[in-house]
Design a protein around this ligand. Structure first.
Ligand SMILES: [Zn+2]
Length: 566
């Protein structure tokens, strides 16, 4: 492609409102342009990257036995009402009406549609399993679209859905998809981890998120330095030990802590470390009130609390809630507060310890509160948020926490959608059962963001070979004077030879200064830059620079195309 003809305008300066490197560089390199908040046009250079990611995904899905199809983006809302997810999605879903006032939505995902189609086509256990996928645009009406493609309202996804007679069969396909995902992200040159995600209705450690490691990521990933353990922070566990409590020899002692509802103020006032305090967090538990106990230097993992009390539901107290519960004194709650239906505690609270905690009376705390003597716990569960250095639940080694971008997810769905949409099969004994489903997503446009986050420097993008819009960026330094014609001629010839050899080339044939051309080559980030000037032509060589390493060498013009064929 000749740059003089390419629909491309690079930007010298950082665009306003682009806070992260990938957003900034994709705009500056002319890959994308914003059309509306969270909605982007893919311009020709960006389109080539998007297409390459999609093609890698397509190849790996096909190799794993999945079959490609295309579903409509506009979906009847009635299907979503049938599954109950119209309400679940709430304002996150774009909804519209046709001229007959029939309601539709723009697809945020496609379980309802695909399950309805499969229900109409497949009836027997002999038809299963089947694994279907599409690469298509998806929509979420995010409240605050941000970070460019990372949290966009329109995004390209690969979504796959598999249908099975039972869970064992689902797990075989699940493993195949897990392996295919690992190949996809490896081919895209991403540093990634497969981490345990929130359990589905089947339960167990069998739903995984694929995280591209990146500081700007929106998810915290807990991982073990020694073994394979890795999990989203929401569901991450630490190795915990259960003790019997007790061991406070001293008497319970009330202390005056005026105007100190916070852990830090009390700890400072009493001269004790925050970890000596017992935090008592009030929450609604269906009809009653619960208290969650944890050491004062730890934070509550709300997802862990919800999981611990399930199927009961937990909702943390807000300021207004305290008025209705006079037994709970905001900021001064003790573990023995009145009117509490459930006291649940993290095992850290079971260690022999004399706690400082609330006295259930405004402006007062108590010292020397002992488990078993002064308060009791009805249920134990891991409640604290994991912090770096906590012991790994598998091997006890220290855990680390890093940030990541979720680029894919594999999920065991069970029979929820099959039951809602009537996807039933008949077994060998002519009995009907709902199909068991899996679903598998990959964020294609998100991968582009993650790749740029990992592969860039202060000059611009440094595309990995597999995703680069072009293999080679050919810069002709035509300069002024009599050599101009010779250089252009030699560069034209090299461009033709490279193209004929199957090397894709972005050829900077513009009438621009070397400085402008080099700056654009660094910004656009093709893996190899070839520079041809008058001296090189005279000596019969072309300069080659590796964008990633900056290493320079020379190639003879004769045979350069063959050498770069790769
Ligand atoms: Zn470990």
């Amino acid at each position: 492609m000749r740059m003089s003809r390419l629909f491309l305008r690079t930007l010298r300066d950082d665009p306003a409102g682009a806070d992260i490197a990938s957003h900034r560089l994709l705009l500056r390199a002319g890959c994308i342009r914003q059309v509306a908040s969270g909605m982007y046009a893919w311009l020709p250079v960006g389109q080539r990257v998007l297409a390459k990611v999609a093609q890698i995904v397509r190849e790996e899905m096909d190799a794993a036995g999945a079959q490609e199809m295309t579903l409509p983006i506009t979906q009847p809302l009635e299907l979503w009402e049938r599954s109950g997810r119209n309400d679940d999605y709430g304002p996150l879903m774009f909804r519209l009406e046709d001229r007959k006032q029939v309601k539709f939505c723009l697809s945020p995902t496609a379980e309802e549609v695909i399950t309805t189609i499969v229900a109409g086509e497949l009836k027997s256990y002999r038809d299963l399993p089947v694994n279907l996928y599409q690469i298509n645009w998806k929509y979420r009406d995010e409240l605050r679209p941000r970070f460019g493609l990372l949290r966009a309202r329109e995004f390209l996804m690969k979504d796959a859905y598999s249908f099975h007679v039972d869970v064992d069969d689902l797990r075989r396909t699940y493993q195949d998809m897990f392996d295919a995902y690992s190949r996809v992200f490896t081919r895209c040159a991403l540093t990634f981890r497969a981490v345990e995600g929130e359990s589905g209705e089947i339960g167990g450690d069998i739903n995984h998120e694929f995280m591209a490691m990146a500081e700007i990521g929106e998810d915290d990933i807990v991982w073990c330095q020694k073994c394979d353990y890795a999990a989203n922070a929401e569901v991450a566990r630490r190795k915990s030990e259960q003790h019997d409590g007790g061991s406070a020899d001293a008497e319970l002692e009330k202390v005056h802590t005026p105007g100190m509802p916070g852990i830090m103020a009390v700890a400072q006032h009493l001269g004790t470390p925050e970890g000596e305090l017992l935090k008592c967090i009030a929450f609604h538990l269906d009809d009653g009130v619960g208290l969650a106990l944890l050491p004062g230097d730890r934070e509550l993992n709300e997802a862990a609390l919800r999981k611990a009390v399930a199927p009961r539901t937990a909702r943390l107290f807000e300021d207004d809630d305290f008025a209705a519960h006079p037994g709970l004194v905001k900021g001064y709650i003790g573990p023995d507060a009145t009117g509490v239906a459930l006291v649940i505690a993290d095992p850290l609270v079971s260690a022999p310890h004399a706690w400082v905690t609330g006295a259930n009376e405004k402006d007062h705390h108590v010292r020397n509160a002992a488990l078993g003597r002064d308060f009791s716990v009805a249920e134990w569960a891991d409640l604290v948020a994991v912090v770096p250095g906590d012991p790994c639940p598998s091997c006890g080694s220290p855990l680390s926490i890093d940030r990541g971008i979720e680029v894919g997810q594999v999920f065991q769905l069970g029979t929820k959608y099959a039951e809602a949409m009537g996807a039933l099969y008949t077994d060998e004994d002519s009995e009907q059962h709902p199909m068991v489903m899996g679903c598998y997503g990959i964020g294609i446009s998100r991968i582009v963001t993650a790749v740029v986050e990992e592969h860039h420097d202060e000059l611009g993008i440094a595309w990995p070979s597999a995703l680069a819009p072009y293999d080679v960026h050919l810069v002709a330094i035509t300069g002024k004077g009599k050599a101009t014609g010779e250089v252009s001629e030699a560069a034209d010839k090299l461009y033709d030879e490279l193209t004929a050899a199957g090397v894709s080339v972005l050829y900077d044939d513009r009438d621009a200064s070397p400085g402008v051309k080099f700056a654009d080559a660094d910004l656009l980030g093709m893996p190899t830059r070839l520079t041809l000037g008058a001296k090189g032509v005279a000596r019969g060589v072309v300069e080659r620079r590796n964008r990633k390493t900056g290493a320079d060498d020379e190639l003879p013009l004769d045979g350069a195309a063959e050498a770069l064929r790769g």
